[in-house]
Design a binder for this molecule. Structure first.
Ligand SMILES: N[C@@H](CCC(=O)N[C@@H](CS)C(=O)NCC(=O)O)C(=O)O
Length: 216
């Protein structure tokens, strides 16, 4: 088996800690029992210091031996090909998993991220609220009727959807009990807890290093 390396930032401010998207790849590896290493690029000058690996200056990106891949969704699908714990091999269940994985990115996160961004920018009237209400309302109806999105069990689609939905402002938005129970169920998984704790530890250790380094 080739070596998996997940790349993230060497430090992050408090706000995004626990939410940086390397967590998606860590979580997937933990669920699948795939060994992996974590390496970092500097937070400072992040917009330009690793453009050869991620053309938008973001993280995460993934190495699988000589193979290199960016975008957390692409990384997840790559990992899912290695383990049926993430993606069932039965064609119908696989198709269901794929469609919900893309839905997490392209029907939910494509609304939640801009909504969240407008909210924290202090826009008095967030024009995306109605759109988000509608999307999350539809998803609430789906989740009221099933425990997991695809294949009758936890898959990479749930990993991604739960990660999109657990963003605190999104989670607190409206009253969606089935969605809340779904997020709680997904994030209670030991693989999530391990991935989350490891990310928090990395950034805490970086705090200490920065404090030790003193002013430049
Ligand atoms: N679509 C990208 C989004 C990646 C993304 O937003 N990364 C954030 C961390 S979670 C980042 O690198 N932010 C730093 C920045 O944009 O300066 C993916 O899913 O990989």
């Amino acid at each position: 088996m080739s070596e998996l390396t997940i790349w993230t930032l060497d430090w992050a401010p408090e706000g995004p800690r626990g939410l940086v998207r390397d967590l998606r790849l860590r979580w997937a590896c933990e669920e699948a029992g795939l060994p992996y290493a974590v390496r970092t690029v500097p937070f400072d000058d992040r917009a330009t210091n690793h453009l050869s690996r991620q053309p938008f200056g973001q993280v995460p990106f993934l190495d699988d031996g000589d193979l290199k891949i960016f975008e957390s969704g692409a990384g997840l699908l790559h990992l899912a090909r290695k383990s049926d714990r993430l993606m069932p091999r039965d064609p119908a269940a696989e198709a269901e998993t794929l469609q919900w994985t893309i839905a997490a990115l392209n029907s939910i996160e494509m609304v939640t991220v801009p909504w969240w961004f407008l909210s924290i920018s202090g826009a008095a009237d967030n024009a995306l609220t109605g759109w988000m209400e509608q999307r999350l309302g539809h998803l609430e109806q789906v989740l009221a009727e099933r425990e997991w999105l695809a294949a009758g069990r936890f898959t990479v689609a749930d990993l991604l959807m739960a990660d999109v939905l657990r963003v605190p402002l999104v989670r607190a938005f409206g009253d969606r009990p089935a969605t809340e129970a779904y997020v709680a169920r997904a994030t209670a998984r030991p693989a999530f807890s391990k991935a989350h704790a490891d990310q928090m530890r990395l950034f805490e250790a970086a705090d200490e290093e920065r404090a030790g380094a003193g002013p430049a």
